[in-house]
Design a protein around this ligand. Structure first.
Ligand code: MG
Length: 261
């Protein structure tokens, strides 16, 4: 083969590999308000990968925390008000039972500090199909849970993303099967008596000991394929965990409601 032809084939192969690495996502979705990116933009760069410290023991709840998950599902219910149907193992670990639906806390919270421990299953599938769940405040503001260990997806949908709005500052995911932690500081949005937004929600997220969102203002409810926007709600709401069809594991969830004073 002619040398020039070989070189252009190599260039084509390199371009193809680059496109494959960055090309997961969409180019026909709405613009994210105030950003240069579209929702789930396939050209949005994925954040740098950072190796976290090794996983440690469960972080014990401080004395003033409300324990949400410690060997049972008593604090949780199904969205329809029935019992939470996820499974609880002999070791106290909770596993998503695919198809049974999301679970919500019976108690409602406003501003809070939330600790979550999760572990993604053996990799099956790819992109959003791998180790997908989520932690939602007020049931509608999602911090994504995903297996983002050597698994490329669109940047605003990877693990620890504010789903459809902001990727994490870095990808500090641990491997499937290892325990990971979120420490999330959530400030509830406020609405006036006519339902207009007075103050957006703010969120700070620490993933496996590393800061990945530093008091980010949310652009509204997180959503798939559509642009975020706010619709009014009360001062407190449930925390929700998502059944996205993958046997994700959770343990040791606790929350500290934060007073405005
Ligand atoms: Mg999710």
């Amino acid at each position: 083969m002619h040398r020039t032809a070989v070189l252009s084939l190599c260039a084509l192969a390199a371009a193809y590999n680059t496109a494959m690495a960055q090309g997961v996502g969409y180019d026909n979705t709405p613009q994210i308000p105030g950003q240069k990116w579209k929702v789930h933009d396939k050209s949005r760069p994925n954040p740098p990968v950072v190796t976290p410290a090794p996983a440690g023991d469960p972080a014990a709840a401080p004395g003033d925390a409300t324990v949400l998950m410690d060997g049972d599902l008593d604090a949780w219910q199904h969205a329809d008000g029935g019992s939470a149907a996820w499974s609880v193992g002999a070791d106290g670990v909770v596993t998503v039972k695919a198809g049974t639906g999301d679970i919500l806390t019976r108690e409602h919270f406003g501003d809070c500090q939330l600790h979550v421990e999760f572990s993604t299953p053996e990799p099956v599938g790819e992109s959003q199909g791998r180790g997908n769940s989520g932690v939602f405040f007020f049931g509608v503001y999602e911090i994504q849970v995903l297996d983002s260990f050597e698994n490329t997806t669109y940047a605003d949908g990877q693990c620890a993303a504010i789903y459809g709005q902001y990727p994490p500052l870095v990808n500090v995911s641990r491997a499937p099967g290892e325990w990971q932690t979120y420490d999330i500081f959530f400030e509830a949005p406020a609405f006036d008596k006519d339902g207009n937004l007075e103050k957006p929600a703010y969120v700070t997220v620490v993933h496996n000991g590393v800061l990945v969102h530093n008091r980010r203002a949310l652009l509204g409810r997180t959503s798939h394929l559509s642009a975020p926007s706010y619709s009014p709600h009360g001062a407190e709401g449930p925390i929700k965990l998502q059944d996205h069809g993958n046997p994700m594991r959770f343990r040791n969830l606790w929350v500290r409601p934060l007073s405005a004073e």
